[in-house]
Design a protein around this ligand. Structure first.
Ligand code: HEM
Ligand SMILES: *[C@@H]1O[C@H](CO)[C@@H](O)[C@H](O)[C@H]1NC(C)=O
Length: 509
């Protein structure tokens, strides 16, 4: 190839001009905001940042990735930069910084780097888009999470009966609660979203179906996320097949929802409409009523299914893992629910059971089911803390930088929670003086705060209270400490094997 020298010169000069200009603009920006350099997790091998990889692999093998991150914060302070495989990221557990990313400077950050990994399963919806597309998703979905919707406990009770039917009550058979919780939440999520539960708790055969395909499809999301740009070369036929299966499965309900919406719009069957208002409301039907875009409804349903299912099951599992180690806490829960006199709790009663709520808060603190998260800067911006030798100055964040935050490490800060921050102690929530604000973010904060928070807390509270009413004791069979099973959410490695001690009246089935 031949370049005229003048052309070459012009090219080099332009590139030089662009980078010098950018340097000057950024330098001015840095000065204007009083930014100072941020601590670095040392890279002895600065070119690719490979020196941290052995430690990561060791932590992976020991199932201590979350602990390793906490350790790094103890060594390098509460905000520092890391570089792994040429990707530079700022990591932080400063509440002020997290508040800045999620709320104050919400518009400076995005999540569209997630889209490539999620799209084959989710399409484009609330969980993997930014800007106007995201805002439209949120507006579409939000009205389906009204209080009356969330307070409908009928389905939760029906499913708890299926769940109870699977519990051994001989006081010696070991059962894995985690496995059952994942079945409970997929049954309730499909009922809420599709209007019809897929009934995995009722099934006796283990024929692979939607739940298994959905599980595999999620694993593939993580692989694609880790590969980043290399994704282009990655093919997984089984994942393609699972994505197709899940989406086709949901498509049936979308079609049905649009048929229902059309009949309703044409004003047919007014009789059915009347009984409709008394019957439960179905997510897919509501979306079909609000938009005519079938693809959009399918995508949003997949998004909400992903956001809502494993999260709730993981919370139940992490919570019960700790409860099964703490007979005192179980006894205290038993005393609290006696106020219900054996009746099923209402929505209001659930809210008023303080110790129940404290146990849930404490599980989400010690084992936040979304244990880490990140945002990517979409423009040059600034974080209030982390710069300078003691981290008290602002930090410059160039466009494209990933800013990650660890809820796992944040929730264990002793300056927020006290010297016993590493212990499971629900009592810390009881007197109402613990107000951690941006130091406690199990459901995230700001405009993208979890839409399903009340729904999830209701479901988890309901299952917990019904279990406490039903069982005198839950005896954990795993003697070791809690270990992470880390995917998009974190649950318990090895599951939650327990032996159940039935209440006198409930024994021998
Ligand atoms: C214990 C249970 C749950 C936890 C800990 C949890 C946590 C979270 C977190 C941390 C986010 C923020 C993700 C991000 O922006 O990066 C989120 C978003 C979301 N959650 Fe939940 N979630 C739970 C249950 C649910 C349930 C049951 C539903 C629905 C039925 C749900 C629906 C959503 C949706 C739609 C979003 C996206 C909101 C947006 O980006 O505007 N979540 N959740
Ligand atoms: C649980 O945590 C939330 C969020 O910080 C708080 O609003 C609520 O009062 C807490 N519940 C209890 C029982 O302390």
């Amino acid at each position: 190839m031949y370049f005229h020298p003048a052309l070459l010169f012009a090219l080099v000069a332009t590139l030089a001009y662009i980078s010098v200009r950018r340097f000057i603009v950024r330098r001015q920006f840095t000065l204007r905001h009083g930014c100072q350099p941020v601590a670095r997790a040392s890279n002895k091998e600065p070119l690719l940042g490979l020196d941290t990889i052995p430690g990561t692999i060791r932590a992976l093998r020991q199932h201590k990735i979350l602990e390793r991150t906490s350790e790094l914060f103890r060594v390098h302070g509460t905000t520092f930069t890391v570089k792994e495989l040429q990707r530079r990221a700022i990591v932080t557990i400063e509440p002020e910084n997290i508040k800045t990313i999620l709320s104050i400077k919400f518009k400076d950050y995005g999540i569209s780097h997630r889209l490539e990994a999620f799209r084959p399963l989710l399409g484009e919806g609330i969980f993997d888009t930014d800007g106007d597309h995201w805002a439209a998703s949120r507006a579409l979905i939000r009205p389906s999470f009204t209080r009356e919707q969330v307070a409908d406990l009928t389905c939760l009770e029906e499913l708890i009966q299926d769940f109870f039917a699977l519990l051994p009550r001989d006081g010696k058979t070991v059962v894995d609660l985690q496995e059952l919780f994942f079945r409970y939440t997929i049954d309730s999520a499909t009922d809420f979203l599709f209007g019809e539960s897929i009934g995995t708790l009722k099934k006796t055969d283990s024929e692979p179906g939607f739940a298994e395909a959905f599980h595999y499809a999620q694993k593939a999301v993580i692989v694609r996320g880790m590969l980043g740009p290399l994704n282009y070369f990655y093919r997984d036929r089984k994942a393609d097949e699972c994505n197709r299966m899940c989406r086709e499965f949901a498509q049936r309900f979308v079609d049905e929802a649009f048929n229902a919406a059309e009949t309703k719009k044409e004003g047919h069957d007014s009789q059915e409409q009347q009984s409709e208002s008394k019957r439960k409301r179905i997510f897919s039907h509501e979306l079909a009523w609000r938009t005519s875009d079938r693809r959009r409804v399918l995508d949003e349903m997949m998004n909400v299914l992903l956001a809502g299912r494993d999260t709730t099951a993981s919370l139940l599992s992490n919570l019960f893992f700790m409860l099964a180690k703490s007979p005192d806490i179980w006894a205290k829960l038993r005393r609290e629910v006696t106020s219900l006199e054996g009746r099923e709790p209402t929505y209001e009663q659930l809210r008023s059971l303080k110790y129940v709520q404290s146990c849930i808060n404490e599980s989400l603190r010690l084992h936040p089911v979304v244990p880490r998260n990140e945002r990517q800067a979409v423009c040059d911006t600034v974080l209030p803390l982390g710069g300078g030798p003691d981290g008290l100055f602002p930090v410059f964040v160039p466009k494209g930088t990933l800013v990650s935050y660890s809820l796992y490490a944040l929730h264990r800060r002793t300056d927020i929670y006290g010297a016993d921050a590493h212990e499971f102690r629900p009592e810390r929530w009881m007197d109402g003086t613990l107000r951690p604000k941006w130091g406690y973010l199990p459901f995230n904060g700001g405009p993208r705060i979890c839409i399903g928070q009340q729904y999830a807390l209701t479901e988890v509270g309901y299952v917990l209270v019904r279990m406490v009413q039903e069982l005198k004791g839950v005896i954990g069979q795993n003697q070791g400490p809690w270990e992470e099973s880390l995917a998009l959410t974190v649950c318990v490695r090895g599951g939650v094997p327990v032996v159940l001690v039935p209440d006198e009246k409930g024994e021998i089935q």
